[in-house]
Ligand binder design. Structure first.
Ligand SMILES: [Mg+2]
Length: 165
């Protein structure tokens, strides 16, 4: 199962590749990118609704909607990444804040623990991954963000001074 952390790591990696490690996109770029993807998702909803209403015009599918919603999630994370926002923690806080505000009992449910097979694979991946020419930069970015997001040091076996990288 993909987690917000997975999305953040993938976004961080791709941003380095996409920009060549040069200038980061501006906040106005991020804002327009996010609004654009929300607009694309809304356009798909319009087309699905158009078909339901029996109006003539172009159509769209649920798969089209899934793609655009995925773009929205990716753009939300890219925007949050600019401010080192821990999106998972922010979602949890906001969900509970809204429930409390309107008097609902529902509270955010923390995901179940990752099973040992996934952890074994994750460790293998991190120890064998090669991000190409930007490898050291990607690793440094991931490590720095992990420390910032969690307030923890890297776990044993993942620190570069241990020769694992
Ligand atoms: Mg899109």
């Amino acid at each position: 199962m993909t987690t917000l952390h997975d999305i953040r790591v993938s976004n961080a990696n791709r941003q380095v590749e996409w920009t060549g490690g040069k200038q980061r996109p501006s906040l106005s770029f991020r804002g327009n990118e996010l609004a654009g993807e929300v607009g694309e998702a809304c356009n798909i909803l319009k087309k699905i609704e158009r078909e339901r209403m029996g109006y003539p015009g172009s159509r769209a599918t649920v798969e089209d909607l899934a793609e655009e919603l995925a773009d929205v999630v990716l753009c939300v994370d890219l925007t949050a990444m600019e401010f080192d926002i821990d999106l998972g923690a922010a979602v949890e806080r906001k969900f509970n804040k809204t429930s409390e505000k309107v008097g609902l009992e529902s509270r955010f449910v923390i995901g179940s623990a990752v099973d040992s097979e996934e952890l074994e694979y994750l460790r293998y991946f991190f120890q064998t991954a090669d991000f190409g020419p930007a490898h050291e930069d990607v690793v440094d970015i991931i490590n720095e963000r992990y420390r910032k997001d969690t307030g923890k040091d890297l776990p044993e076996g993942y620190r570069s001074d241990e020769g694992e990288w």
